[in-house]
Write a protein that binds this ligand. Structure first.
Ligand code: DC
Length: 222
């Protein structure tokens, strides 16, 4: 099976790019962030305190998370319920950021991710795919962009969606999240030694997709 790992910080454009690369190659796109979000939703609904790591460890094992593809779109099922529409709320984002530091949560989701990659050709995006989840991936990309560019992208996205946003606040949040992602003890955000660094600051989406497709061709042939 062909495994392509795309890691990088929030706002580098990972999911947009990974989705397009997967479509071009006819591979399955696996959004691992959505799995952490589904686990967070499960724990949130149970009323688990995000600061109580023993309670998170105890409860995470009971989460029944499965992934399906409907018309090429990843659907996350929690106990059989399609929860895609509940994964992007601020409560779930915050819960995901706090519960994804838990080793038991990570082990459970990693098994699911490895299982998906064993069965089909995948483009998988996340933070620790090239370093921890799929260390033998044939192609590893570390996608990044400057904090200023990532903040501006998020700003424009929010302006379009809700008509209001604060650029300085967004920049501060990105710095804080980068710091938390890069300094956590388990599976921190880090470029794998054999990953190719792609800085998207001055590139369009299509340019980035083309660049990654050419890296894939170089590594494994078209
Ligand atoms: O990429 P995202 O914003 O959907 O990720 C949601 C949360 O899950 C985020 O706080 C980082 C975490 N995450 C992780 O720890 N490891 C991954 N492979 C993917 C996401």
């Amino acid at each position: 099976m062909i495994n392509i790992a795309i890691d990088g910080p929030a706002g580098a454009g990972k999911s947009t790019i990974a989705k397009k690369v997967a479509a071009e190659k006819n591979y399955i796109y696996v959004d691992t962030g959505a799995m952490y979000r589904a686990m967070a939703l499960y724990l949130f609904r149970l009323g688990v305190d995000p600061d109580d790591s023993a309670a998170i460890s105890r409860n995470c094992v009971g989460a029944d998370i499965t992934i399906e593809y409907r018309d090429g779109v990843q659907v996350v099922l929690l106990d059989g319920e399609n929860v895609n529409d509940f994964l992007r709320t601020p409560e779930v984002s915050d819960m995901a950021s706090r519960t994804s530091v838990n080793g038991d949560v990570r082990n459970k989701l990693m098994e699911l991710q490895q299982e998906l990659a064993r069965r089909q050709n995948v483009v998988m995006d996340g933070r620790d795919i090239g370093t921890v989840v799929l260390p033998n991936a044939q192609v590893k990309i570390f996608l990044t962009a400057s904090v200023a560019v990532r903040a501006k992208r998020r700003f424009l996205e929010l302006m379009e969606k809700i008509g209001t946003a604060n650029l300085e606040e967004i920049e501060a949040q990105i710095r804080e999240r980068d710091h938390r992602d890069m300094t956590r003890p388990i599976a921190p955000l880090k470029q794998a030694d054999d990953a190719v660094l792609v800085d998207t600051s001055d590139m369009t989406i299509d340019e980035v997709v083309d660049k990654i497709l050419s890296i894939i061709d170089e590594k494994i042939g078209g």
